[in-house]
Design a protein around this ligand. Sequence first.
Ligand code: GEK
Length: 243
Amino acid sequence: MNKPSQDRIYSSVQPRSDFVFDDRVAEVFTDMINRSVPGYATIISMIGVLADRYCTHGSCVYDLGCSLGGAAMSMAHHIHHHDYQLIAVDNSPAMIDRFQAALNSSPPPLPITLQCADLCETEIRDASVVVLNFTLQFIAPERREALMQRICQGMRPGGILILSEKIRLPDMAMNELLIDMYHQFKQVQGYSELEISQKRSALENVLIPETLESHKSRLLAAGFRTADTWFQCFNFASMIAIK
Ligand code: GEK
C-alpha cells in the first residue's frame, strides 16, 4: 500500500472558508484523521472487535459517514462469519470514489456496499451494528434527534451503536484545558500553529460538538436501553449504546 499523502492543506495562509470534504481533503484524509484525532487507530480497531461481538447472522451493519472506510474495513476484517451485509454511506463523492477504488483493488471481495447519500435519508433496517465514527458532529444539531430515533428503530434488539465525537465539556475551565491539550497533541503530530488555527476557524460553523451528557440523554430518549463512554482522550470520545 502507498504511504498516504501528507496533509498540508492549511500550511500556508488560506482564504477563510468553511471546511468541506472535497477532493483535496479526500486525497490526504488518512494522514489528516490519524494526526488530528487522538486515539483514532485504537478506536478503529476496537470498532472491529465490537462489531464481531455484536454482528448477528443475516443482519445489516452500517458505517454512516464512512469517508475512506476505516471503520467499515476494520469491521469487515474482524467479523468472523459471512452472513451479513455492510452498508457504508457518505455524501462526499470524493470519499466514496476513493473508497470504491480501494475496495476494487483489494481481493478477496469484502461484503461492503457503498452509497453516496445523505445519511439522514438513508434507510436503516435490520441492523445489529451501526457506526457513526466522528460523523454526527457534522449533522445540524436540529436533525440529530430524529436521526437517532430512526437509527434505533432500524436496529435489532440487542444491537449496538458506536458513536464517536469531538465533545464539549460542561465546565468551561475544563473545556478550555482539554482543547489546549488537544492543540498540543496536534503540534506533537507536526501541525504548525498556523495550520491548527486555520483548521479551527474552518471547522467553527461546520463541526458542532456537544457534551457527553447531551449525547447520552438523546440516545436514551431515542430508545436505546443503555449508553456509556468506552473511550476518551482529551475532547474526543467514543460511546456505545445498546438497544
Ligand atoms: C472514519 N467515519 O474514518 N451524510 C453522509 N455523510 C456525511 C454527512 C451526511 N449528511 N455529513 C458529513 N458526512 C470516518 C471519519 S469524517 C470525520 C468520518 C472527520 C461525512 C463527510 O463527508 C466525511 O467523510 C465524514 O462524514 C466525517 O472512521 O473528518 O472528522
